[in-house]
Design a protein around this ligand. Structure first.
Ligand SMILES: [Zn+2]
Ligand SMILES: [Zn+2]
Length: 314
């Protein structure tokens, strides 16, 4: 439902067409949030849909707080590196890129100018960034891929753990997130006999030390040298060298609260700005400066999107 531009449901697929149109016409700067996740093995204790279930909860929380519409156009993502562990579903990189581009293009066609892409799976990251780059140029829409915060006590602590213990996948950090978003799907009892599962050779493990003066260089050598697939790196599918049983719901609550607030602030600040000329639709009158000069009172009499959609005339 949407009344005078104010949503009471936030998933795109739960809105009627008139509700979507009401939101688009009356929200001062409509934002669509697109979540991207994965269906892939998550060691022994986290669900296969961990990344997608998490991103869905996250984008919906943010949409509720910013009067945005959200969707996650696919459950699976780009996960070829996890294929040796069962339960993984992967798209090719072309498929995921096209899903993102087709989703943005469809909603751009209906007049949405501001998109936020949120990714919960590392394997999707480069594809998401490429989709944003292409969509901005091809569809004349703004596409943000926000990330943060990086400067709080908690985020610094987590970053330090990621550097020192390679907390990437099914690790303490991700388990804390899972305990916040979907504790009912986490099977901690499967970690009873946990042992460090790493297959990374010692000469590379030495590089996981942010106290080293040459850390900037050797951490990049580390990334260049480890195997491309998860089964090159870990026996169990857990991609980190510390114990995921150290995860806590409290840490997950705190991380989720901080990241949610960051994105809410990002969207609310962004919404106050007008659509820059590069992203405005060309007016039917053919005058490229039409919006600049005439704004809402453009006198060309055409029925192009610039006249319908006041966002473009801000
Ligand atoms: Zn994950
Ligand atoms: Zn993942």
């Amino acid at each position: 439902m949407s009344e005078n531009g104010v949503l009471s449901r936030f998933w795109l697929w739960e809105l009627t067409r008139p509700a979507f149109e009401d939101w688009l016409a009356n929200d001062p700067a409509p934002v669509v949030i697109i979540g991207i996740g994965a269906i892939e093995q998550h060691a022994v204790h986290l669900p296969l849909g961990c990344d997608s279930i998490g991103v869905a909860r996250f984008v919906h929380d943010v949409a509720e707080k910013t009067n945005s519409v959200c969707l996650h156009p696919t459950w699976a993502g780009y996960s070829p590196h996890h294929m040796e562990f069962s339960g993984t579903v992967t798209y090719s990189h072309e498929t995921l890129l096209n899903i993102l581009l087709d989703t943005i293009r469809s909603l751009a066609y209906h007049g949405v100018k501001r998109f936020v892409l949120i990714n919960y799976h590392g394997g999707n990251e480069n594809i998401m960034k490429l989709a944003a780059q292409i969509a901005k140029r091809e569809y004349h829409v703004m596409v943000a891929t926000p990330h943060g915060p990086d400067n709080t006590e908690l985020s610094k602590k987590i970053k330090e753990r990621m550097q020192r213990y390679l907390e990437v996948h099914s690790c303490a950090r991700e388990t804390s997130y899972a305990l916040h978003y979907f504790p009912e799907l986490v099977e901690m009892w499967r970690l009873e006999d946990w042992e460090n599962p790493t297959l990374i050779p010692d000469y590379l493990l030495e590089f996981l030390n942010p106290d080293r003066p040459d850390y900037e260089m050797v951490s990049q050598i580390f990334n260049a040298s480890i195997g491309p697939d998860t089964h090159d790196i870990t026996k169990t599918g857990q991609y980190s060298i510390n114990d995921p049983r150290t995860a806590t719901k409290e840490e997950g609550d705190a991380m989720a609260a901080e990241v949610t607030q960051f994105l809410v602030d990002f969207i609310n600040t962004w919404k106050k700005l007008p659509v820059p000329p590069a992203y405005r639709d060309e007016c039917e009158c053919g005058d490229p400066d039409c919006h600049e000069e005439h704004g809402d009172d453009c006198g060309c009499g055409g029925e192009g999107p610039c006249h319908d959609h006041k966002d473009g005339d801000a």
